[in-house]
Design a protein around this ligand. Structure first.
Ligand SMILES: Nc1ncnc2c1ncn2[C@@H]1O[C@H](COP(=O)(O)OP(=O)(O)OP(=O)(O)O)[C@@H](O)[C@H]1O
Length: 327
């Protein structure tokens, strides 16, 4: 059993199975979706399912097609071919308004907040309450209700958004999108450029969205964040599906291999170098390699912790583990 956030900031009981959301019909089901920009095939034949009460991480190298996929769902770009089924119906999303009316909320990286306005003004911007004049009291009450449901740590709903931390700003943007009572929320790199504590705050918030019975798509380049909150991870590579994995059943190395398209990639190469250096140290000789870069290994390295390589995949020998896909 789980709660649902309504447009009025109220909690209602829903019947989503938190243990196994995949047992229910997907909220979103994309089949064979393709998109070209001139000669560039941004997406080719993409399938994606997302269920209520499930967090699906969408990962892939730069240019893999993640933003294009999200923009199709957000009504920014029309797909060329393929079908989108939402909440049991085949739908065509022509515009951002179509997307919002269907129940899809997208929080883009820029957050689209007005820095000079207060939290409550940002939350209700464009949908202010009160038929004749603003019902400030009711808007404030509903803002607190909503933020409390998300366990958000916002000091006051009357302070300007400019004075909030990055994590708090992300929280306000997500809370605002919930006022439309969406069924699916898409978060575009919600932890990018956040510090450790703020990242933890936002990841807690993502878990709260899942508890509230929402379907969540989270784009991320950070494997630690993905491992921390995702139930499944869908990998895109060069605009194509390159595996869907249950988080519990996939290692970071397998994910990196699916993202880069090679088991012999820059991450594994550095891990091997680090191992050689450690062995040399153990043998009493001075190693020349500075630190470990294994994403799931000990020590630090030149990549930020848990960060997937942002560069295009290395040419490699092994096949991507598409067969291991477990939708
Ligand atoms: N409006 C556009 N016009 C032309 N080409 C585009 C457009 N948008 C995206 N592309 C191309 O489509 C491909 C997929 O881009 P997309 O931005 O979806 O990738 P991404 O996975 O989101 O990358 P990143 O992680 O860098 O944001 C790229 O080759 C990109 O250059």
């Amino acid at each position: 059993m789980s709660k649902d956030v309504t447009g009025k900031g109220e909690a209602v009981v829903s019947t989503v199975s938190a243990e196994r959301p995949e047992a229910t019909a997907p909220v979103l089901s994309m089949r064979g979706v393709s998109k070209h920009f001139g000669a560039v095939a941004a997406l080719t034949d993409i399938d994606l399912d997302v269920h209520a009460g499930e967090v699906v991480a969408l990962v892939g190298d730069n240019g893999a097609g993640k933003s294009t996929l999200v923009k199709i769902l957000a009504g920014v770009h029309p797909q060329d071919t393929g079908t989108v089924n939402f909440d049991g119906k085949d739908v065509t999303i022509h515009t951002p308004v179509d997307s919002i009316q269907l129940g899809i909320a997208t929080v883009f990286q820029d957050l689209a907040l007005c820095d000079n306005l207060s939290v409550v003004d940002n939350l209700f911007l464009g949908r202010e309450l009160g038929p004749w004049r603003l019902n400030e009291v009711e808007m404030e009450v509903q803002s607190w209700k909503l933020l409390r449901q998300l366990s958000a740590k916002i000091p006051s709903v009357r302070i300007a958004v400019a004075s909030l931390s990055g994590g708090q700003r992300q929280t306000v943007a997500i809370a605002r999108s919930l006022l439309g009572s969406p069924k699916l929320i898409i978060l575009d790199e919600p932890t990018a450029a956040l510090g450790v504590a703020q990242t933890a705050e936002v990841l807690n918030l993502v878990e709260r969205l899942r508890e509230n019975g929402l379907a969540v798509i989270m784009i991320s380049h950070n494997m630690q964040d993905v491992k921390a909150v995702a139930d499944r991870v869908a990998v895109l590579r060069l605009g194509k599906n390159n595996g869907t994995f249950r988080m519990k059943e996939v290692s970071t190395d397998e994910l990196i291999a699916a993202i880069t398209g090679a088991t012999d990639n820059v991450v594994t190469q550095r891990a091997a170098q680090t191992g050689a250096a450690a062995a040399a140290n153990a043998a009493g000789t001075a190693g020349t390699v500075g630190g470990a870069d294994r994403l799931d290994g000990p020590g630090g390295g030149s990549l930020p912790p848990g960060q997937a390589p942002g560069s295009p995949g290395q040419p490699g020998s092994g096949p991507a583990p598409e067969e291991g896909a477990a939708p």
